[in-house]
Design a protein around this ligand. Structure first.
Ligand code: NAD
Length: 476
């Protein structure tokens, strides 16, 4: 059992009271974290305010070096951190190793960014005048993160914030306090000055809300559910603070008649059943044209049947447990709802054992059904019939969400047409909706995103900076 304490002003503090149990073995307590109050959040913000000026006064190279050194430390600790991640969140070991690897690479990417000049030099209309722009840090920024990528998401928010000269107060998800503490420990061990990164564990309603409302927090980057994101945005707008929200999804795939249905099934299964279907980019709606339909459904069901749910630390496991009993209840309700609606589930759905669920492929689903419209966040796929590319694009776009969408086809013209017309932040052609490159901008539209600043990629720093223009006259 590990205490996952708060990090405030460089000290580990707080009263560990909130237990997190292993979703694969619920008698095992994996971590105990503080349930922080608004006063704890205020202490963390005060520490960040105190530390920020000194941190911003360092060169970007010096700041980047801390990130690079932290990446090296995470690399040395990689396997142990991945094991903790499996035990608190439930991924398979391979998925957790991949996620920690992503956090390492994110720190490397933004750490190296410290060597690249920010801003640009521009000509002036006035003779003997040079203009350049400076990217100034916002000051103290709040980061609020979900449980489904408990080290990668904190890393991809904190790294651009820190390298730009901001101080950070991070409120991680209640279900996954350990992984983020590994990230914070690596940064501290790499020489991050006290107070530059603060971690406050606790509930969203108390610690998260206090962070959003704090007058000294200039911006909040949030990843989580759409309902919470919306309420946060209202509070931030009211006090003129900057908001970046990445929220839910109902990610669609369109399979066209000419597609290789085996390859399409493999692509969709990877996106739908990987990470126990608990990725914001998980495939959950599949539209298919008539010629491809029967073969695709058969191939998808074969892939679903081949999934081995189990403890993520067991090498035989190919899909870990559902993260919580609350999430399990939502998944089971979606499956029962599909059965009650009379959709073909390919046989009786298997009952969950503990928090282990078998994936479900429902076919003949109505486009306007709950299953096709609402985010489930579990390994449940709705297959919906469409006539052709045009109807498929229309259906894909007829959603409140707009995070990712894909098309399986060998027709280059159809692929480009889909990419141009899909109303989503990320399009995948013949690749799973999940799986993103860290050097590529990421974000959605509609209810999936505030659609203000993109995360990831070199321009991720834009959210954490403001642009100042400097005119210098140099008459001789
Ligand atoms: P959640 O919205 O319940 O919680 C996310 C974070 O917000 C947690 O840290 C939580 O404590 C905090 N929070 C909750 N209420 C708050 C409040 N009133 N004020 C401030 N903070 C508050 O989401 P979750 O269950 O942790 O994660 C699953 C959701 O996240 C899914 O909807 C998924 O689609 C989404 N998600 C989106 C992305 C993306 O990039 N678009 C990535 C991962 C997950």
């Amino acid at each position: 059992m590990t205490h996952a304490l708060n990090l405030i002003a460089g000290s580990w503090t707080g009263d560990p009271v909130a237990e997190r149990r292993n979703p694969a073995a619920p008698t095992e307590v994996v971590a105990v974290a503080p349930r922080s109050t608004a006063a704890d959040v205020s202490d963390a913000v005060a520490a960040a305010v105190e530390a920020q000026r000194g941190w911003a006064a360092l060169t970007p190279v010096a700041r980047g070096t801390v990130l690079l050194d932290a990446a090296d430390l995470l690399r040395q600790r990689h396997a142990g951190i991945a094991e903790d991640l499996v035990r608190e969140e439930g991924k398979t070991r391979a998925e957790a190793m991949g996620e920690v690897r992503r956090a390492i690479d994110v720190l490397r990417f933004f750490g190296a960014g410290g060597w690249r000049a920010s801003g640009e030099v521009l000509p002036s209309v006035v003779p003997d005048t040079t203009v350049w722009t400076r990217a100034e840090p916002l000051g103290v920024v709040g980061l609020i993160t979900p449980w489904n990528f408990p080290i990668a998401i904190p890393a991809w928010k904190a790294a651009p914030a820190l390298v730009s000269g901001n101080a950070v107060v991070l409120k991680p998800a209640e279900l996954t306090p350990l992984s983020v503490n590994h990230l914070a420990t690596a940064l501290l061990d790499a020489g991050l000055p006290p107070g530059v990164l603060n971690v406050v564990h606790g509930t969203g309603a108390e610690a998260g809300d206090a962070l959003v409302r704090h007058a000294d927090v200039a911006a909040v980057s949030f990843t989580g559910s759409t309902g919470v994101g919306r309420s946060i945005r209202r509070l931030l707008d009211d006090r003129g603070a900057r908001a970046q929200l990445e929220m839910g999804g109902k990610n669609a795939y369109l399979v066209l008649d000419d597609a290789d249905t085996e390859a399409a099934a493999a692509t969709i299964a990877a996106g739908a059943f990987g990470l126990t279907g608990q990725a914001c980019t998980a495939t959950s709606r599949v539209y298919v044209t008539p010629q491809a339909r029967d073969q695709l459904v058969k191939a998808l069901r074969e892939r679903a049947a081949a999934v081995v749910p189990g403890d993520g630390l067991d090498p035989a496991t190919t899909m870990g447990p559902v993260v919580s009993t609350e999430q399990l209840a939502k998944d089971v309700e979606a499956v029962h709802g599909a059965a009650a609606a009379g959709y073909d589930l390919g046989g009786e759905p298997r009952e969950a054992q503990g928090q282990l669920l078998h994936p479900v492929v429902a076919s003949g689903v109505a486009h306007d059904s709950r299953l096709a419209r609402e985010e489930v966040f579990g390994p449940v796929v709705a297959v919906i019939d469409v006539a052709d590319l045009d109807e498929g694009v229309a259906r894909v776009n007829d959603s409140a969400y707009g995070l990712t969408a894909g098309v399986c086809t060998r027709d280059l013209a159809a692929a480009h047409d889909f990419a141009a017309r899909a109303r989503v932040g990320v399009v995948k052609v013949n690749r799973p909706t999940t799986g993103l490159d860290l050097n590529v901008p990421f974000g959605g539209v509609g209810d999936s995103s505030s659609n203000t600043f993109r995360e990831q990629g070199a321009r991720a720093v834009d959210f954490y900076t403001w642009s100042k223009s400097v005119y210098v006259g140099h008459d001789r």
